[in-house]
Design a protein around this ligand. Structure first.
Ligand SMILES: *Cc1c(COP(=O)(O)O)cnc(C)c1O
Length: 413
Protein backbone atom coordinates (compact mmCIF):
# COMPACT_ATOMS: atom_id res chain seq x y z
CA UNK A 1 0.00 0.00 0.00
CA UNK A 2 1.19 3.50 -0.77
CA UNK A 3 2.18 5.44 2.29
CA UNK A 4 1.12 9.06 2.07
CA UNK A 5 3.18 11.51 4.05
CA UNK A 6 2.77 15.23 4.40
CA UNK A 7 5.67 17.16 2.94
CA UNK A 8 7.69 18.81 5.66
CA UNK A 9 8.38 22.51 5.82
CA UNK A 10 11.87 24.01 5.53
CA UNK A 11 13.82 23.51 8.75
CA UNK A 12 12.35 25.71 11.44
CA UNK A 13 14.46 28.71 12.26
CA UNK A 14 16.57 28.41 15.37
CA UNK A 15 15.10 30.84 17.84
CA UNK A 16 17.30 32.56 20.37
CA UNK A 17 14.91 33.26 23.23
CA UNK A 18 15.27 36.76 24.51
CA UNK A 19 13.12 37.91 27.37
CA UNK A 20 10.89 40.81 26.34
CA UNK A 21 11.29 42.61 29.62
CA UNK A 22 15.03 42.93 29.07
CA UNK A 23 16.45 45.61 26.82
CA UNK A 24 16.78 44.14 23.38
CA UNK A 25 20.27 44.20 21.84
CA UNK A 26 21.05 46.08 18.66
CA UNK A 27 21.56 44.11 15.45
CA UNK A 28 25.30 44.82 15.51
CA UNK A 29 25.67 43.77 19.18
CA UNK A 30 23.83 40.50 18.57
CA UNK A 31 25.73 39.69 15.38
CA UNK A 32 29.17 40.48 16.78
CA UNK A 33 28.39 38.39 19.87
CA UNK A 34 27.27 35.33 17.89
CA UNK A 35 29.39 35.60 14.69
CA UNK A 36 26.72 33.65 12.80
CA UNK A 37 27.51 31.85 9.55
CA UNK A 38 23.78 31.34 8.90
CA UNK A 39 21.39 34.15 7.93
CA UNK A 40 19.90 35.93 10.94
CA UNK A 41 16.32 37.13 10.87
CA UNK A 42 16.20 40.17 13.14
CA UNK A 43 12.71 40.84 14.48
CA UNK A 44 11.87 44.24 15.88
CA UNK A 45 8.96 43.52 18.23
CA UNK A 46 8.64 47.14 19.34
CA UNK A 47 8.41 48.35 15.74
CA UNK A 48 5.77 45.70 14.95
CA UNK A 49 3.67 46.54 18.00
CA UNK A 50 3.96 50.24 17.32
CA UNK A 51 2.88 49.89 13.69
CA UNK A 52 -0.13 47.79 14.74
CA UNK A 53 -0.97 50.41 17.34
CA UNK A 54 -0.68 53.22 14.81
CA UNK A 55 -2.59 51.52 12.00
CA UNK A 56 -5.48 50.48 14.25
CA UNK A 57 -5.64 54.01 15.66
CA UNK A 58 -5.60 55.79 12.29
CA UNK A 59 -7.77 53.49 10.22
CA UNK A 60 -11.50 54.24 10.66
CA UNK A 61 -12.54 50.58 10.99
CA UNK A 62 -11.22 47.07 11.62
CA UNK A 63 -7.65 46.25 10.64
CA UNK A 64 -7.21 42.63 9.50
CA UNK A 65 -3.57 41.54 9.31
CA UNK A 66 -2.89 39.51 6.13
CA UNK A 67 -1.15 36.55 7.76
CA UNK A 68 0.54 35.29 4.57
CA UNK A 69 2.86 38.26 4.64
CA UNK A 70 4.69 36.93 7.71
CA UNK A 71 3.17 34.13 9.79
CA UNK A 72 6.02 33.95 12.33
CA UNK A 73 4.35 33.50 15.74
CA UNK A 74 6.44 36.20 17.41
CA UNK A 75 5.39 38.62 14.65
CA UNK A 76 1.73 37.76 15.29
CA UNK A 77 2.24 38.19 19.04
CA UNK A 78 3.87 41.59 18.58
CA UNK A 79 0.96 42.77 16.42
CA UNK A 80 -1.48 41.46 19.04
CA UNK A 81 0.48 43.33 21.73
CA UNK A 82 -0.03 46.47 19.63
CA UNK A 83 -3.80 45.99 19.80
CA UNK A 84 -4.48 44.17 16.54
CA UNK A 85 -7.37 41.67 16.91
CA UNK A 86 -8.46 40.74 13.36
CA UNK A 87 -6.67 38.40 10.98
CA UNK A 88 -7.05 37.78 7.25
CA UNK A 89 -6.23 34.10 6.79
CA UNK A 90 -6.02 32.49 3.36
CA UNK A 91 -5.46 28.83 4.23
CA UNK A 92 -6.53 26.36 6.87
CA UNK A 93 -2.99 26.34 8.27
CA UNK A 94 -3.12 30.10 8.79
CA UNK A 95 -6.52 29.80 10.44
CA UNK A 96 -5.22 27.08 12.79
CA UNK A 97 -2.06 29.02 13.57
CA UNK A 98 -3.92 32.18 14.57
CA UNK A 99 -6.58 30.32 16.54
CA UNK A 100 -3.86 28.39 18.39
CA UNK A 101 -2.16 31.60 19.45
CA UNK A 102 -5.22 33.74 20.12
CA UNK A 103 -8.44 31.96 21.12
CA UNK A 104 -10.30 35.29 21.00
CA UNK A 105 -9.04 36.56 17.64
CA UNK A 106 -11.47 37.47 14.85
CA UNK A 107 -10.36 35.32 11.93
CA UNK A 108 -11.70 36.03 8.45
CA UNK A 109 -11.13 33.52 5.63
CA UNK A 110 -10.26 35.87 2.77
CA UNK A 111 -9.19 33.51 -0.02
CA UNK A 112 -11.84 33.44 -2.79
CA UNK A 113 -11.06 29.82 -3.75
CA UNK A 114 -10.95 27.37 -0.84
CA UNK A 115 -10.91 23.60 -0.55
CA UNK A 116 -13.99 21.97 0.92
CA UNK A 117 -11.95 20.61 3.83
CA UNK A 118 -10.65 24.10 4.61
CA UNK A 119 -14.16 25.60 4.65
CA UNK A 120 -15.58 22.82 6.81
CA UNK A 121 -12.76 22.83 9.33
CA UNK A 122 -12.55 26.61 9.51
CA UNK A 123 -16.25 26.78 10.33
CA UNK A 124 -16.57 23.75 12.61
CA UNK A 125 -13.22 23.59 14.39
CA UNK A 126 -11.94 27.16 14.36
CA UNK A 127 -15.13 29.23 14.67
CA UNK A 128 -14.56 31.17 11.44
CA UNK A 129 -17.77 32.79 10.20
CA UNK A 130 -16.61 35.20 7.50
CA UNK A 131 -15.70 33.85 4.07
CA UNK A 132 -14.85 35.65 0.86
CA UNK A 133 -16.01 34.40 -2.55
CA UNK A 134 -16.03 35.48 -6.19
CA UNK A 135 -18.26 32.88 -7.89
CA UNK A 136 -21.61 31.09 -7.50
CA UNK A 137 -19.72 27.79 -7.31
CA UNK A 138 -17.74 28.99 -4.31
CA UNK A 139 -20.91 30.27 -2.66
CA UNK A 140 -22.53 26.86 -3.09
CA UNK A 141 -19.40 25.16 -1.73
CA UNK A 142 -19.45 27.35 1.39
CA UNK A 143 -23.14 26.67 1.95
CA UNK A 144 -22.76 22.92 1.54
CA UNK A 145 -19.71 22.62 3.76
CA UNK A 146 -21.16 24.73 6.57
CA UNK A 147 -24.50 22.87 6.47
CA UNK A 148 -26.22 26.04 5.20
CA UNK A 149 -25.31 27.81 8.40
CA UNK A 150 -27.44 30.76 9.45
CA UNK A 151 -24.61 32.83 10.91
CA UNK A 152 -22.32 33.39 7.92
CA UNK A 153 -20.66 36.62 6.89
CA UNK A 154 -20.14 36.46 3.12
CA UNK A 155 -17.88 38.92 1.34
CA UNK A 156 -17.94 39.31 -2.44
CA UNK A 157 -14.53 40.06 -3.91
CA UNK A 158 -14.63 42.50 -6.82
CA UNK A 159 -12.18 42.26 -9.68
CA UNK A 160 -10.43 45.56 -10.35
CA UNK A 161 -9.09 46.75 -13.69
CA UNK A 162 -5.32 46.48 -13.95
CA UNK A 163 -3.82 49.14 -11.71
CA UNK A 164 -0.34 50.51 -11.27
CA UNK A 165 0.67 48.88 -8.00
CA UNK A 166 4.12 47.32 -7.94
CA UNK A 167 2.45 43.93 -7.64
CA UNK A 168 -0.66 43.89 -9.74
CA UNK A 169 -3.21 41.42 -8.36
CA UNK A 170 -6.01 42.00 -10.84
CA UNK A 171 -5.52 38.87 -12.92
CA UNK A 172 -6.46 36.05 -10.61
CA UNK A 173 -9.41 36.74 -8.34
CA UNK A 174 -12.54 38.80 -8.24
CA UNK A 175 -16.01 38.90 -9.78
CA UNK A 176 -16.88 41.14 -12.72
CA UNK A 177 -19.37 43.91 -11.88
CA UNK A 178 -22.33 41.97 -13.29
CA UNK A 179 -21.33 38.74 -11.53
CA UNK A 180 -20.81 40.70 -8.32
CA UNK A 181 -24.36 42.07 -8.55
CA UNK A 182 -25.77 38.55 -8.82
CA UNK A 183 -23.54 37.27 -6.00
CA UNK A 184 -24.48 40.10 -3.67
CA UNK A 185 -28.18 39.43 -4.19
CA UNK A 186 -27.69 35.70 -3.61
CA UNK A 187 -25.62 36.28 -0.47
CA UNK A 188 -28.13 38.79 0.90
CA UNK A 189 -30.85 36.14 0.81
CA UNK A 190 -28.91 33.64 2.91
CA UNK A 191 -26.15 35.31 4.91
CA UNK A 192 -26.40 37.08 8.23
CA UNK A 193 -23.86 39.66 7.07
CA UNK A 194 -22.83 40.63 3.55
CA UNK A 195 -19.79 42.58 2.40
CA UNK A 196 -17.72 43.69 -0.57
CA UNK A 197 -13.94 43.50 -0.84
CA UNK A 198 -11.22 44.28 -3.36
CA UNK A 199 -7.44 44.47 -3.47
CA UNK A 200 -5.75 47.32 -5.32
CA UNK A 201 -2.45 45.40 -5.62
CA UNK A 202 0.53 45.35 -3.29
CA UNK A 203 2.86 48.32 -2.68
CA UNK A 204 0.25 50.64 -4.20
CA UNK A 205 1.77 54.12 -4.41
CA UNK A 206 -1.39 55.95 -5.51
CA UNK A 207 -4.05 56.81 -2.90
CA UNK A 208 -6.54 57.44 -5.71
CA UNK A 209 -6.45 53.71 -6.55
CA UNK A 210 -8.64 53.19 -3.47
CA UNK A 211 -11.04 55.94 -4.49
CA UNK A 212 -11.35 54.43 -7.98
CA UNK A 213 -12.02 50.98 -6.50
CA UNK A 214 -14.67 52.53 -4.23
CA UNK A 215 -16.29 54.23 -7.26
CA UNK A 216 -16.58 50.81 -8.86
CA UNK A 217 -18.01 49.46 -5.59
CA UNK A 218 -20.60 52.26 -5.64
CA UNK A 219 -21.80 51.33 -9.12
CA UNK A 220 -22.02 47.64 -8.22
CA UNK A 221 -23.95 48.37 -5.03
CA UNK A 222 -26.42 50.65 -6.72
CA UNK A 223 -27.02 48.08 -9.47
CA UNK A 224 -27.47 45.32 -6.90
CA UNK A 225 -29.71 47.38 -4.60
CA UNK A 226 -28.27 45.43 -1.70
CA UNK A 227 -27.33 46.84 1.71
CA UNK A 228 -23.96 45.72 2.98
CA UNK A 229 -22.70 45.20 6.52
CA UNK A 230 -19.00 45.43 5.79
CA UNK A 231 -16.79 47.06 3.19
CA UNK A 232 -13.26 45.75 2.90
CA UNK A 233 -10.74 47.97 1.11
CA UNK A 234 -8.08 45.27 1.16
CA UNK A 235 -4.33 45.63 1.52
CA UNK A 236 -1.74 47.30 -0.68
CA UNK A 237 -0.59 50.09 1.65
CA UNK A 238 3.03 50.86 0.72
CA UNK A 239 6.25 51.29 2.67
CA UNK A 240 9.53 52.99 1.80
CA UNK A 241 12.26 51.33 -0.22
CA UNK A 242 15.40 53.09 -1.46
CA UNK A 243 14.33 55.53 -4.21
CA UNK A 244 10.68 54.88 -3.43
CA UNK A 245 9.07 57.05 -0.78
CA UNK A 246 5.29 56.65 -0.71
CA UNK A 247 2.72 59.28 0.24
CA UNK A 248 1.91 59.22 3.96
CA UNK A 249 -0.69 56.80 5.33
CA UNK A 250 -2.96 59.79 6.05
CA UNK A 251 -3.31 60.41 2.29
CA UNK A 252 -4.51 56.84 1.76
CA UNK A 253 -6.99 57.09 4.61
CA UNK A 254 -8.27 60.43 3.28
CA UNK A 255 -8.75 58.89 -0.19
CA UNK A 256 -10.62 55.95 1.35
CA UNK A 257 -12.79 58.26 3.42
CA UNK A 258 -13.66 60.27 0.30
CA UNK A 259 -14.64 57.15 -1.60
CA UNK A 260 -16.64 55.77 1.32
CA UNK A 261 -18.50 59.05 1.85
CA UNK A 262 -19.80 58.87 -1.73
CA UNK A 263 -21.28 55.41 -1.06
CA UNK A 264 -23.96 56.37 1.49
CA UNK A 265 -23.54 53.12 3.39
CA UNK A 266 -25.89 52.13 6.21
CA UNK A 267 -24.69 53.46 9.57
CA UNK A 268 -23.93 50.02 10.97
CA UNK A 269 -21.62 49.07 8.05
CA UNK A 270 -18.08 48.30 9.22
CA UNK A 271 -15.05 49.36 7.22
CA UNK A 272 -12.25 46.78 7.00
CA UNK A 273 -8.76 46.80 5.58
CA UNK A 274 -6.25 43.97 5.16
CA UNK A 275 -2.73 45.38 5.34
CA UNK A 276 0.21 43.01 5.22
CA UNK A 277 3.33 44.78 4.01
CA UNK A 278 2.58 48.08 5.74
CA UNK A 279 2.25 46.43 9.15
CA UNK A 280 5.31 44.21 9.08
CA UNK A 281 7.89 45.21 6.42
CA UNK A 282 9.87 47.54 8.72
CA UNK A 283 9.65 45.06 11.60
CA UNK A 284 12.24 42.59 10.38
CA UNK A 285 15.59 42.65 8.63
CA UNK A 286 17.91 39.87 7.56
CA UNK A 287 21.62 39.78 8.33
CA UNK A 288 23.63 37.89 5.72
CA UNK A 289 27.32 37.05 5.73
CA UNK A 290 29.70 37.66 2.84
CA UNK A 291 31.11 34.31 1.74
CA UNK A 292 33.21 35.67 -1.12
CA UNK A 293 33.80 38.82 -3.14
CA UNK A 294 34.54 38.87 -6.85
CA UNK A 295 34.96 42.19 -8.67
CA UNK A 296 31.51 43.86 -8.50
CA UNK A 297 29.72 41.05 -6.71
CA UNK A 298 29.31 39.80 -3.17
CA UNK A 299 28.42 36.15 -2.62
CA UNK A 300 26.17 36.00 0.42
CA UNK A 301 24.58 33.22 2.47
CA UNK A 302 20.93 33.99 1.65
CA UNK A 303 19.25 34.55 -1.68
CA UNK A 304 16.12 34.29 -3.76
CA UNK A 305 15.29 30.81 -2.43
CA UNK A 306 15.64 32.20 1.09
CA UNK A 307 14.30 35.51 2.35
CA UNK A 308 15.42 37.60 -0.64
CA UNK A 309 13.15 36.47 -3.46
CA UNK A 310 11.83 39.99 -4.05
CA UNK A 311 15.39 41.15 -4.70
CA UNK A 312 15.75 38.56 -7.47
CA UNK A 313 15.27 38.88 -11.22
CA UNK A 314 11.46 38.89 -11.28
CA UNK A 315 10.84 41.80 -8.89
CA UNK A 316 14.28 43.36 -8.50
CA UNK A 317 13.62 45.33 -5.32
CA UNK A 318 16.53 47.28 -3.90
CA UNK A 319 16.37 46.87 -0.17
CA UNK A 320 18.17 49.21 2.24
CA UNK A 321 21.50 47.79 3.44
CA UNK A 322 24.17 48.50 6.03
CA UNK A 323 27.51 46.88 6.69
CA UNK A 324 28.52 45.24 9.98
CA UNK A 325 32.28 44.69 9.76
CA UNK A 326 33.65 41.46 11.15
CA UNK A 327 36.38 43.42 12.94
CA UNK A 328 33.75 45.56 14.68
CA UNK A 329 35.05 48.77 13.09
CA UNK A 330 32.37 51.28 12.19
CA UNK A 331 34.22 53.40 9.64
CA UNK A 332 32.03 53.95 6.60
CA UNK A 333 34.53 54.12 3.76
CA UNK A 334 33.64 55.06 0.18
CA UNK A 335 30.44 53.49 -1.02
CA UNK A 336 30.14 51.62 -4.28
CA UNK A 337 27.39 49.71 -6.05
CA UNK A 338 27.40 45.93 -5.49
CA UNK A 339 25.30 43.11 -6.78
CA UNK A 340 24.64 40.01 -4.68
CA UNK A 341 24.74 36.32 -5.51
CA UNK A 342 22.82 33.90 -3.30
CA UNK A 343 24.19 30.60 -1.97
CA UNK A 344 22.42 28.10 -4.26
CA UNK A 345 23.87 26.68 -7.47
CA UNK A 346 21.09 28.22 -9.59
CA UNK A 347 22.29 31.15 -11.70
CA UNK A 348 18.97 32.98 -11.25
CA UNK A 349 19.91 33.26 -7.56
CA UNK A 350 21.23 36.73 -8.24
CA UNK A 351 20.19 40.12 -6.89
CA UNK A 352 21.28 42.98 -9.11
CA UNK A 353 20.52 45.79 -6.67
CA UNK A 354 22.55 47.93 -6.94
CA UNK A 355 23.23 47.82 -3.21
CA UNK A 356 25.39 50.65 -1.91
CA UNK A 357 28.04 49.40 0.52
CA UNK A 358 31.64 50.32 1.35
CA UNK A 359 34.15 49.52 -1.41
CA UNK A 360 36.27 47.54 1.07
CA UNK A 361 33.46 45.18 2.13
CA UNK A 362 35.22 41.87 2.74
CA UNK A 363 34.64 38.16 3.10
CA UNK A 364 33.41 37.49 6.64
CA UNK A 365 31.59 40.82 6.99
CA UNK A 366 27.84 40.90 7.60
CA UNK A 367 25.24 42.96 5.76
CA UNK A 368 21.94 43.92 7.31
CA UNK A 369 19.21 44.05 4.66
CA UNK A 370 16.14 45.97 5.82
CA UNK A 371 12.37 46.12 5.12
CA UNK A 372 12.18 42.33 4.89
CA UNK A 373 9.41 41.74 7.40
CA UNK A 374 6.94 41.33 4.56
CA UNK A 375 7.22 38.56 1.97
CA UNK A 376 10.79 37.82 3.05
CA UNK A 377 11.08 34.92 5.43
CA UNK A 378 7.53 33.82 4.52
CA UNK A 379 8.80 32.83 1.07
CA UNK A 380 11.93 30.92 2.08
CA UNK A 381 12.49 27.40 0.86
CA UNK A 382 14.91 24.64 1.76
CA UNK A 383 16.36 24.48 -1.76
CA UNK A 384 19.92 23.21 -2.05
CA UNK A 385 20.21 22.66 1.70
CA UNK A 386 20.39 26.36 2.57
CA UNK A 387 17.53 26.34 5.00
CA UNK A 388 19.20 27.09 8.32
CA UNK A 389 18.58 30.48 9.83
CA UNK A 390 18.57 32.15 13.21
CA UNK A 391 15.80 34.31 14.57
CA UNK A 392 16.58 36.98 17.13
CA UNK A 393 14.75 39.96 18.58
CA UNK A 394 16.42 43.34 18.40
CA UNK A 395 15.69 46.86 19.58
CA UNK A 396 16.86 48.83 16.53
CA UNK A 397 14.73 51.25 14.59
CA UNK A 398 13.83 50.21 11.01
CA UNK A 399 16.54 50.77 8.37
CA UNK A 400 14.12 53.00 6.46
CA UNK A 401 11.32 55.20 7.70
CA UNK A 402 7.97 55.37 5.90
CA UNK A 403 6.42 58.86 5.99
CA UNK A 404 3.57 59.30 8.40
CA UNK A 405 4.11 55.83 9.84
CA UNK A 406 6.67 56.24 12.53
CA UNK A 407 4.90 55.60 15.75
CA UNK A 408 5.41 58.23 18.39
CA UNK A 409 7.14 55.83 20.76
CA UNK A 410 9.81 54.95 18.19
CA UNK A 411 10.20 58.47 16.87
CA UNK A 412 11.33 59.65 20.26
CA UNK A 413 13.93 56.87 20.50
C1 LIG B 1 -1.78 39.54 0.05
C2 LIG B 1 -3.10 40.09 0.40
C3 LIG B 1 -3.20 41.14 1.31
C4 LIG B 1 -2.01 41.88 1.86
O1 LIG B 1 -1.50 42.72 0.86
P1 LIG B 1 -0.36 43.81 1.18
O2 LIG B 1 -0.06 44.38 -0.14
O3 LIG B 1 0.79 43.06 1.77
O4 LIG B 1 -0.92 44.81 2.12
C5 LIG B 1 -4.47 41.55 1.69
N1 LIG B 1 -5.57 40.96 1.18
C6 LIG B 1 -5.49 39.95 0.28
C7 LIG B 1 -6.76 39.36 -0.23
C8 LIG B 1 -4.27 39.49 -0.14
O5 LIG B 1 -4.21 38.51 -1.05
Amino acid sequence: MTVVRYRTKPAPVNRARIARDRDLPSVAEAVLAKCPDDPVYCLRPQVLSASAEQFTRLFPGDVLYAVKCNPEPSVLRSLWDGGLRHFDAASLNEVALVRGLFPDADIHFMHPVKTRTAIRSAYNRFAVRDFVLDSMDELEKILEETGRAQDLGLVVRLALPKGNAVYDLSGKFGASPSDAVALLRACRRIARRVGVSFHVGSQCMDPEAYTRALDLTASVLSAAEVEIDMLDVGGGFPVSYPDEVPPPLDDFIAAINRGVAALSLPAHCRLWCEPGRALVAPGQSVVVRVTARKSGALYINDGIYGALSDAGPSIGFRFPVRLIRANGSDHDGDLRAWEFFGPTCDSVDRMKGPFLLPADTAEGDWIEIGQLGAYGTALRTGFNGFDQALLIEVGDRPLLETPGYQPAAMRAA
